[in-house]
Each structure stands twice: as structure tokens, then as C-alpha cells.
Design a protein around this ligand. Sequence first.
Ligand SMILES: [Zn+2]
Length: 387
Amino acid sequence: MKKIQLLCLCAALLQYAAMAWAGGPLYTNRDCTPVVFPASAMPIPYAVDQGELGDFSNSLAAGIVDDCFGVWQSVPTASISFKNAGFLPEDVNETNYEPYFDSDADRVSPVIFDSDGGIIDDVYGYGASDYIIGFSGSAIDYDASGGWYYTEGLTLINGRFTGLFTPAVFKATFVHEFGHFIGLDHSQINLPYVSDDNTTNDMYIPTMFPTSTDDDTPLGELNPDDEAALTMLYPAEGSDAAYGRIRGTLYWRSGLPARGANIVAVKQGDERMSQFSSVSDYCMQGDGSFEMLVTPGTYSFFVEPVYPLFTGGSSVGPYADTALSASFVFPVRAADYEETLTIAAGETKEIELFARRNWLRPVPGLAANLLQLLKNLGLISASGTEL
Ligand SMILES: [Zn+2]
């Protein structure tokens, strides 16, 4: 089956701060606290387009929107809620979309159905709707103490793909986009399962994975990494009873901090599903630190490079903007570690890991650039459809 190239521009709009970590928030404040919607904004109101979404009727598409906000709201350890504030005043299309992109004054987050891809083509150039499935991002403001917070999200979904995707697959796309809306970054977990033509293992891939998989249907439900990342941003009272915290540092063997590597904690006894991730130096402090919430248990660790095509709107962590970013120019060699950590609820444990450079790829940035060029030209589809 031919795989199509789709691009999730994700937080490409309305982004002002420039820090990210994976399995966690898209943006952080200077003190490393995540940028989130404040408690006073709950429930976050959203309003839905009056038009159709390609082949889907308005009521079908609007129902998917409600369901997908509900997926995030139902995580018991997180404190986030949404409210359907009714419909936008019109069917939004390429002739009238701009006010929804330009203002966050009403604090009601629009969900726009770009039924024929006309808005995407208008914003990103003719033909862009062939490969952009949708995007989501949130506007940021700052409070009296200089802390950043989200004011309003914007989500747009391309209806042209309703001819290719079932409503169940579209649900996975919406849940993923709404994850960006509330401030979550991508996470890279179970990469080998993504395009192996085996649909039975895609359930082990988190919703916030950057691309589509052999079968996205199970990605409409959250995985442990998605729930832990949400809980880190919006902890509910009592969430300490469900999670412990791992704080760590990744160094090169020289002792210098290693930036932009993907670190995965794997729970013994539930190895495929209970994996949690973070990217080293998530907060761009130059110290190689990482942090993640995990469910109680005993964990082993592995470290791997961010996949070279996860750049731009598909990036994982703060060092993957372009093919010449640190995650790709100085990639780690994938490695398993012998040490384990046993974490109880409410406990914080620390670990130091040491990585080797991958000298087998002497100019990895160049290799990634070449792959990106071939991908942009439509000549390769290295890992399926991007979300
Ligand atoms: Zn995305």
C-alpha cells in the first residue's frame, strides 16, 4: 500500500516561546515549569465549525471533537477539563478564517474543519493540503510575574483525508492534535513497531508519537506515556499516589552533558506497554537533565537517538528543529543499561546515564538533511504518515 506524506504542523502557529521536551510539555518557562492553561481557565471552552469535514457530516465531525477532548479529560490523575461552547458563527473556509487565527480575545478555542483543504493551501501555499493533515497550537501570554501561560488554542483539521481515513483513525488524529493544544510534545516510543506492517503491535505506540502507524485506530486511546505526560503538566490532587518521578542526567562518557537524546524507562513485567520517555536536556539548561513520571515498579533504561526525520513540526524534544540540530549532529549510539530503579508512589529517584557517540555516522546531520530533501521531493516515505 502506498503511504502518503502528511505533515502535522502541530504548534507551528501562535508559538512564541521556544523550548520543548518530549513525553512532556511543548514549552517551558525559564524555571523549567511547563507552560499550561491555568486552573482559572478550566473548563477550557471550545467552539466548533458549522461546516462539514470532507466526507464527514458536521454532526459526525463535531461528535468526534467532543469525544476526543473527553479522552484527555478522563485521565484520573490529571486536572484538565473542557466545555463545548457551541458552534462558531459560520462555516469557516478560506474566505473568512483569518479572524480566528489572529485573535485570542474571546478565550474560546476554535476547532476549524478545513473541508476541502482551502485554508491550508491559502496559509502554506497551493498543494500544501496534499500532505498536511492538520495542526494545533495555543497562544501564549504572560502574567504579572513574567510566567507564560496559554490563553486559547486553535485546531484545524483537513477534510480531504476523510476519503482515506475512517472516523476511528480520524479520532486518533484529533486526540493527538488536542494533545498539542494543551501543551504536549511528541514522544518516541516503540519506534520499530510503527511501519513494520504488523497492525497488532500498534497499540503499544503512544498517541503523541509524531507519525501515523500501520493502524492508527488504537492511538485514539492514551498509553501510559501520554497519561504520565499529561499528569506532569496538569497534576490532579492525589496524583502522587499513582506516580513516582525519575530525575536523571545523561552524560557523554567524557563527562560532558549530552543533549537531545531520547531516554526510555521500561517497566519490568509490562515491557511493551509501560514505557515512559524524556529527552535529555529537556529544558535547554545545557546540563543533560531529564525527568519523567512513572507508575510504581522496577525500571530498566535505554537511550536512543531521535529518529532523523522527526524534525520541524514532527520534532521530538528541543534539539530536533532541523536536520542540523544537536539531536542529529551528535546522535547517541542506541544502548540498553544494566542499572535498574525501583520506584514507589510519591517517590523521586535520580539516575546518571552515560552515552556513547555514534561515530558510525560521521556526518549525521548531512545524512539527515539528505533524507529530508528526498522526503520533501516526495521520493521517499521513510516512516509513514506524519501526524
Ligand atoms: Zn503532532
